[in-house]
Design a protein around this ligand. Structure first.
Ligand code: PLP
Length: 385
């Protein structure tokens, strides 16, 4: 069986992830950061080590500015709903996932007694790329935030995050990056890239389990302005009825996903041990092989820039006359290849690529896939067609 659905969730997980989760369940088990006994302290230590590993991977100075939540969607909602105020202007791209588009569309809709935010969606090219000049041209005096996908979950195209960081600095607004598709697969440095808010998910290239993710909050973001999505128990300042006003407790109410964060820590440490540059190089090789193999099949259209250096290991294609859903079903049933078809929760991206409403077939690779698997999949697609 070949698993090419890593852009949805990576699988299998790196060595050590399941073991770290089992160890937490069987030998630690207690509530992190709540009680003073040794098991609780050990649980808190494991959660903190995961924060440290992520801070190292993203070059975040203070691990406490990594705030955990259940996935990238929650982190993006925290950044958008927590930071934006009525009347703010936000710029995003036409390649965004619905986890950015839907909260922004909701905030841009005036409701009774509440002024909306203003939203500009900058169009990307039909290959899924964004021209930084178009981004800068959309800036207004009241622009509070630029929100960008680091890489498309549909065709893998990389967006110009570093240039966007420089634009945000020049114009005094924040840059929020949705790194769901790149965290763990592509080098990310919040300082060099001038990223103010970085939303990541644990269950994709970071190698962790579902139910993990978070937001890295840069030094330019005022904690006083960023409101939490929820309030509740934090284990700190228990004598107070008001929410703590410091990181990470302001944003982390309720018992943490200790088992999940133990697994995420092991996943991130695996990424750090391999080296994200080495993972990237390996995936570029696989991606190049896959793009070339698919593009050489007569009648197949591969979407994106057809350049592995400008995208992640996610490749989308179609064959005229065949429905993506039929291709996906037959790849699964007849060839044991797992992929994802349709619109991938990103209708705007598919409109940009010209694949709306039918969608496309998406093969997404990970660091644990092999060149032999790529060759088998290309042969399967050729035979099927
Ligand atoms: C680009 C992008 N953003 C956000 C998300 C949401 O991630 P999660 O499901 O972890 O909330 C995904 C998930 O596929 C994604 O691909």
């Amino acid at each position: 069986m070949i698993y090419f659905d890593n852009a949805a969730t990576s699988w299998p997980k790196p060595p050590g992830v399941a073991e770290a989760m089992l160890r937490f369940l069987n030998q630690v088990g207690a509530n992190p950061g709540r009680s003073g006994h040794r098991l609780s302290i050990e649980a808190g230590r494991i959660v903190y080590q995961t924060r440290e590993a992520l801070a190292e991977l993203f070059n975040v100075g203070d691990p406490l500015r990594i705030v955990f939540g259940s996935n990238a969607t929650e982190a993006l909602n925290l950044a958008l709903r927590g930071y934006l105020r009525p009347g703010d202007h936000v710029i995003t791209s036409s390649m965004e996932h619905n986890s950015v588009m839907r909260p922004l569309r909701a905030l841009a809709r005036p409701s009774a007694g509440r002024q909306a935010i203003a939203l500009t969606v900058v169009p990307c090219s039909p290959q899924g790329f964004l021209d930084p000049a178009d981004l800068e041209a959309a800036i207004r005096p009241e622009t509070a935030m630029i929100v960008l996908n680091h890489a498309s979950n549909v065709c893998g195209s990389l967006l110009p995050v570093r240039e966007a960081g420089a634009i945000a600095r020049r114009h005094g607004c924040l840059l929020l990056v949705d790194a769901a598709q790149t965290a763990g697969a592509y080098p990310l440095d919040v300082k060099a890239d001038q990223i103010d808010l970085l939303a990541f998910t644990g269950h994709k290239a970071l190698g962790g389990p579902m139910g993990t993710g978070g937001l890295a909050i840069g030094e330019r973001v005022e904690i006083e302005r960023l409101e939490p999505l929820k309030q509740g128990g934090t284990g700190s300042l228990s004598e107070r009825q008001e929410q703590p006003d410091f990181v990470p407790d302001k944003y982390e109410s309720g018992t943490a996903n200790g088992v999940g964060l133990a697994g995420l820590g092991a996943g991130v440490r695996w990424v750090l041990d391999q080296g994200v540059q080495a993972i990237r190089r390996y995936e570029v090789g696989l991606t190049r092989r896959l793009i070339e193999g698919l593009a050489n099949i007569p009648g197949v259209t591969v979407y994106g820039g057809l350049d592995a250096a400008r995208q992640t290991a996610t490749v989308a294609f179609n064959f005229a006359g065949l429905l993506p859903s039929d291709v996906g079903l037959r790849l699964d049933e007849e060839y044991d290849i797992m992929c994802r078809v349709g619109l991938h929760c990103a209708p705007a991206a598919h409109e940009t690529l010209g694949t709306f409403p039918q969608g496309a077939v998406r093969l997404s690779l990970g660091a644990l896939n092999t060149a032999a698997e790529v060759d088998t999949a290309v042969q399967a697609v050729a035979k099927l067609i």
